[in-house]
Design a protein around this ligand. Structure first.
Ligand SMILES: Cc1cc2nc3c(=O)[nH]c(=O)nc-3n(C[C@H](O)[C@H](O)[C@H](O)COP(=O)(O)OP(=O)(O)OC[C@H]3O[C@@H](n4cnc5c(N)ncnc54)[C@H](O)[C@@H]3O)c2cc1C
Length: 438
C-alpha cells in the first residue's frame, strides 16, 4: 500500500526518528510550517512514546519511572500541527522519493499493517544510535544494552527480580547474599549507570527489600582506556573516579574485555569477573538499517555523512542529524560527538535550513557550539567541563545537569507546561516511592 501525492498538496517533510533531536525538530516545524499550512510535517518513529535518552540509566536503575516521564507521540503531534506515523524504516527508494516501512506487528506476532511506503519531498533521518559491541564474543547473548526504553525497562525488571529472589531465599537461609554487576565501558553512560545503581541498592533497603546488604553488592566498571570519562579533563576524570571508589564501585581501567559469559566477564589474560547482570556501554554505531542505504555515503559505523547544511553528501533532499549522522566541521579531525546537545543544536538550525529551502533562499549552515559535558554521579553530585574547559563539580554542576532535561521539555512544551511538569515531578517525588518497585 502506498500514499500518493495529489497535485495541490503542500510540500511534505518526513522526519524519521522522534528522539532528542527529531522530536524537537518536528515540534518546531509543526508550530511554524505545519500551522501555517506551508508544509505537511510527518514524524515516523518505531515506538508510540518518547523518553529522553539521557534518562535511560535512571530508568534502568528504577530511580525514575519511565511511565511518568514518557510522552505520547500522537497526543504531542495533535497539539503541535504535525502528523505521527508508527513504523520502522527499513529502506529508502530515492528515485520514487519514498521511505519503506517494515510491517507493523503487535509484539505477539500478529500483523497490524503490512509493509508500506510513505512519500516525501524532503526527508530527515534522525534515528539515533545503538551500542557497538565490536563483535565481542557473547556480548549480544549475555549483556543488556541501554539503547531504548524497552531495554532499560528490561534491566530494571531483572534488577528488581534479583532483590525479590534474595528476599524469597532469605526465608531459608541466613547466610549473606551477594549481587555482582559488571558495566563494560566507562564513558558517560557507564559511569552514570554505576552511580545510579549504587544509589538504588540503598533505596531497596528503605522499602524492606533488605536481603542484599549494599556492602555485598559488587559493581565493577571496566574500561579499555587508561582512565574513565576520556571526554572530560583528567581532573574531572580523577574526581569521578574518587567518587565511584567512595561508593565502593570497582573501577578497572586499561582492561580489555574479550568475551562475555552467562555468569562472568572475561578480560585480557583470561581474567574472569563474576557478574550476574552485565551491561554493555562501550561505544556506539548508527542502526544497521543505514549501512549502505540507498547509495548514500556512510562511514564505518553506519553514520550518514552530511555537509554543513546537514544534507547528505549525495542527495539534496535527504538530511540527517543527531547520533546517526557524521558531520566533521571544516579543519576538525573528528566528527561532532554523539550527544543530546548536538542533536538539540542541529534541530534548531535544521528547522531554519528547511524553511530556507522551501522559500528558495540560501541555506544556513550548522556550527557546533560546545557547551561542555556534565556527568551525573547520583543524587547530589555531578562533574564536568563547561565552555572554555571550566571544571565544575558538586551541587552547582548537578543543577546544571538537571536543567538539560528541562531545556528539552521547554523545546517540546514551552515554559508554562514545563513548569507544571516540574511541579508534578516534585509532588510525585515527595509523595510516591523514590524507586520503581514493579
Ligand atoms: C544512558 C545514556 C545517558 C546519556 N547521557 C547524556 C548526557 O548526559 N548528555 C548528552 O548530551 N547526551 C547523553 N546521551 C546521548 C544522547 O542520549 C544522544 O546523543 C541523543 O539522544 C541523540 O539524539 P538523536 O535524536 O540522534 O537520537 P535518539 O534520541 O536516540 O532518538 C532516535 C529515535 O529514532 C527512533 N528510531 C530508531 N530506529 C528507527 C527506525 N528504523 N525507524 C523509525 N524510528 C527509529 C527511536 O525509537 C528513537 O525515538 C546519553 C545516552 C545514554 C544511552
Amino acid at each position: 500500500m502506498t500514499q500518493s501525492k495529489s497535485s495541490n498538496s503542500p510540500t511534505r517533510i518526513v522526519i524519521v526518528g522522534g528522539g532528542a533531536g527529531g522530536l524537537e525538530l518536528a515540534t518546531r516545524l509543526g508550530k511554524s510550517l505545519g500551522k501555517s499550512g506551508k508544509a505537511q510535517v510527518l514524524l515516523v518513529d518505531s515506538t508510540l512514546t518518547h523518553i529522553w535518552k539521557p534518562l535511560l540509566h535512571e530508568v534502568a536503575a528504577g530511580t525514575i519511572n519511565s511511565f511518568e516521564d514518557e510522552l505520547n507521540y500522537f497526543a504531542h503531534a495533535s497539539k503541535n500541527y504535525f502528523e505521527f506515523h508508527l513504523g520502522q524504516m527499513k529502506g529508502i527508494d530515492r528515485e520514487a522519493k519514498r521511505i519503506i516501512l517494515e510491517p507493523l506487528t503487535d509484539g505477539l506476532g500478529h500483523e497490524i499493517a503490512p509493509e508500506r511506503s510513505l512519500r516525501y519531498d524532503n526527508l530527515v533521518i534522525s534515528i539515533g544510535s545503538t551500542s557497538n559491541d565490536f563483535g565481542t564474543v557473547g556480548a549480544k547473548e549475555n549483556c543488556i544494552f541501554l539503547d531504548s526504553r524497552a531495554q532499560a525497562d528490561r534491566f530494571q525488571r531483572e534488577f528488581l527480580n534479583l532483590y525479590l529472589q534474595a528476599q524469597a531465599r532469605s526465608l531459608e537461609t541466613t547466610s549473606p547474599q551477594v549481587l555482582n554487576i559488571a558495566i563494560i565501558g566507562a564513558g558517560a553512560t557507564g559511569v552514570e549507570l554505576a552511580a545510579e545503581l549504587h544509589h538504588a541498592t540503598h533505596e531497596f533497603i528503605r522499602y524492606g527489600l533488605n536481603s542484599i546488604d549494599p556492602k555485598n553488592v559488587s559493581i565493577t566498571l571496566i574500561e579499555a582506556a587508561d582512565r574513565i570519562l576520556p571526554v572530560l579533563s583528567t581532573q574531572n576524570s580523577a574526581a569521578a573516579t574518587k567518587q565511584l571508589l567512595d561508593f565502593n564501585i570497582d573501577v578497572m581501567t586499561s582492561r580489555r574485555v574479550t568475551a562475555i559469559h552467562p555468569d562472568s566477564v572475561e578480560c585480557d589474560g583470561g581474567i574472569l569477573i563474576p557478574a550476574t547482570l552485565k551491561v554493555w556501554s562501550a561505544g556506539i554505531k548508527a542502526p544497521d538499517v543505514l549501512k549502505e542505504i540507498a547509495g548514500l555515503e556512510t562511514n564505518r559505523i553506519n553514520q550518514l555523512v552530511v555537509r554543513p547544511t546537514l544534507q547528505t553528501t549525495r542527495d539534496d533532499s535527504i538530511f540527517a542529524f543527531g547520533d546517526c549522522a557524521c558531520y566533521i566541521p571544516e579543519g576538525a579531525e573528528r566528527p561532532v560527538p554523539p550527544r543530546a546537545q548536538v542533536a538539540n543544536q542541529q534541530a534548531i538550525v535544521l528547522a531554519k535550513i528547511l524553511k530556507a529551502k522551501l522559500a528558495g533562499k540560501p541555506l544556513p549552515t550548522f556550527t557546533f557550539s560546545d557547551k561542555g559535558s556534565l556527568i551525573s554521579l547520583g543524587e547530589t553530585n555531578t562533574v564536568g567541563n563547561l565552555v572554555n574547559k571550566i571544571n565544575v563539580q558538586g551541587m552547582f554542576a548537578r543543577i546544571m545537569y538537571l536543567s538539560l532535561y528541562r531545556l528539552h521539555q521547554v523545546a517540546l512544551h514551552g515554559v508554562f507546561k514545563t513548569s507544571v511538569l516540574m511541579f508534578k515531578d516534585l509532588l510525585s517525588r515527595t509523595s510516591g516511592p523514590t524507586l520503581k518497585l514493579h
